[in-house]
Design a binder for this molecule. Sequence first.
Ligand SMILES: Nc1ncnc2c1ncn2[C@@H]1O[C@H](COP(=O)(O)OP(=O)(O)OP(=O)(O)O)[C@@H](O)[C@H]1O
Length: 861
Amino acid sequence: MDGGGGGQRVGRLAAAYGQAVAAHRDAVRRWENARRSLAAAGPSAPDNAELVARLARVGADLAGPPPGTANLTAAPVPVRVGEATTLDGSFPVLLPLGGGAHLAIDGDARDPRVGELLRAVVVRLLAAAPAGAVRVAGIDPVAFGAAFLPVRPLLDAGVLAPAATTAADVAALLDQAERHARAAQHAGPAGRELLLLVAASAPPARELAPLAALTHAGPAAAVCVLLAGYRPAGPGDAPPPLGATTQLRLNERYALVGDPPGQPFSADGTGLAAPVLLDGDPPAGSVAALGARLAAATRRAETPRFTDLLPARRWAEPAGAGLRAVLGRAGRDEVTVAFDDATPHWLVGGRTGAGKTVFLLDVLYGLAARYSPADLQLLLLDFKEGVSFTEFVPTERDPSWLPHARAVGIESDREYGVAVLRELRAELTRRAGVLKRHGVTKLADLSPADRPPRIVTLVDEFHVLFAGNDALARQAVDLLEELARKGRSYGLHLVLASQSMTGIEALYGRAEAIFGQFPLRVALPGGGGVLDPLNDAAKALPIGSAVVNTAGGAPGANTMVRFPDAHAAAADLATLRHELWAARPAGAPPPAVFRGYETPRLTDDPAWAGLRPGVDPPLALLGRAVDVAGSAAGFTLDATPGRHLAVVGTAATGADVVRSAALSLARQHAPGDARFLLVPLATGTTGAANDLAVELAAAGHPVERLAAAGLRERIAGLAHDIAADAGTLPGPARAPGRTYLVVFGMDAAATVLGATDPGTFRSGHDDLRAVLRHGPGHGVHLLGWWRGLRRLADDLGGAQHRDDTACLVALNVPGAELGLHLGTHDLSYTPRDGRALLVDRHDHRIRLIVPFVHDGPERER
Ligand SMILES: Nc1ncnc2c1ncn2[C@@H]1O[C@H](COP(=O)(O)OP(=O)(O)OP(=O)(O)O)[C@@H](O)[C@H]1O
């Protein structure tokens, strides 16, 4: 509504601000002129009183310059240090500081006047410059930093570093200052930040020389030194001389001010001929207000944005020696980490809600923007419930995907995790062959044309892999150890993230072997477990920050990083993803996706579409394998004795599995080539059998419905036909084509099958066993669902006949019971909804599958 009025107000404010700046400049000029006149006239000149009055007047104008305007690296600015007292009155004393000009005091901060003056000058310099243009570092070996306690708000604001108090601290700080000076000399004037080095007491003699050297470095070094405790003519060795420095000497009450560099008070080098009463501490309220203003600015300046992580050009960086990613900022500096020889694998810790997903998204998008899919591929594995990686895969709402993503597991099963690790190990073996052929030992040594992409495998909540403490967990540990050890040379990198490291440490005593290969540690809030127990740097971390450590978590190698909130930048992420997707290589497939919560349907599966009549032996499709490709899984029903399907377990999915088998087999026969005998015995399966009958008939196959008694008879008939077909019994040969006996609840026929025929003395079980053994050779297969393993074993006639139904689908059967039935001692199977174990007793393959579910009318209740 009042946008125009607001605009005018801003305009007026800007004009007033401009006037204030100009007035201040003018006041500085007038003060300078008056000071020069005073210097020229000498202390006893007759018009001193007038000059002093002028200085006082102009000095008063200078008391309140518009804050935040001074450029302290371009030229010195006048900074008030106290008041000169003359017989004719007093006037403020301003000394040039910044812009290559410095200050030294002979006393140190044990004299309260020195501490107060230093603090006053620090506050004035900070207030004069724009926020973020000055950084202060304190040195105080004598009083252990006590001189800086009254300006604590500046420390909290992040503009004042904790004081260096030991010789080592001081040496490190001066190293840092030298680097700062060198960098500033190379940087343009616009980008320079002033480093204000404040020594509240003189550093040890060895450290004094580099500090003194900084005073000779000129304005381009962007350093200003305030050095207390400096006695140019004291006893003992003369200290190193200072350059461009105003010197103050203290007596009982006053300070004597030497000539400022380039702007002397005196003609003879004796300095200001009037004693100066130094200024005291700035009011605590002003310090607090300044701290608050600077803190807000620091936060703004140090909060990285998502776009800061991205390179200027997409897919332009070479991946030969490794991959780099910008994580965020430490202070104002960008923090870059790598997947390379030094840090091949990363370990990331952070409690739930600590920003782990955000951090990982930052890293993944940063890498994907920097490297092309020819140089980088991603395997993303998430064990928790949630949507962490869903944005990388196509959905109905957004068909884009991240072209680097090869496989994405969402709410993954442990078996899927192990399948991914196995796939990686196969890749490792393949790459070993490639390197050998080229006569090199590292991926980095291959020429770009021969170099396969680096693969980053990210496992979120990886501790789930080891949760069972079972055979699967042991496989996971073995695979991880091998990949962690050898991956470095082959361009295979791991990022393991977890909310908790407790329980993982043991890892069958192999934790050291595995995690020793993870030099890069990232501790988010609550994730200190990834650091050394003696390293408590991650304590009390705020959200949005992390401790990054490249020395396996050892104390002293920490960098505190702030990273951007990828959730808050969802639009930027989506734009980038679409941009990368649009640039994907022609024909690049979307990632293979495993969604743990999904219930696949037979008729949606690509394998279903590929089924044609005439396939021999036909394949019974039952579900989707829990593997990286998500391929369809089932059994071929060939002529080998025992090629029958036994589905076991009380779960209602049993009916779906039998149905999938029947429908997929039917699709591989021309009409009239196969007949189906449907026997719904379990309660609630009549509807399923009816539906199936309708679908089979619609496909042109003869279908017959039977009850228990009919089943008994038909099994006897089939046994007889098979025998006749084989020539062991008289009678006509069996009709050509296949017969599928489809039984829903085979266990319900136990009583009928158990009865013996008074004429032939054969029981239904005898006939069943004959059919199981000889049926496949004569085109007869049983597709049966038993609700219990014991019933199946009884029907087969004991453990020695287990192979008579070679194709087993275990639903909710306890792992131990199943292990016994199969004679396998280390079977790791935990029955759960929507999963089944596929066991082929002929080729000894055991696979976890997600069974296809019925996509037809509602199941009968
Ligand atoms: N850099 C950041 N700056 C500001 N807020 C952040 C930052 N990183 C994360 N957050 C916020 O913290 C919250 C939790 O983040 P995130 O979903 O990444 O946590 P998580 O550790 O993955 O949690 P969980 O494991 O429970 O899924 C989010 O609301 C997110 O916006």
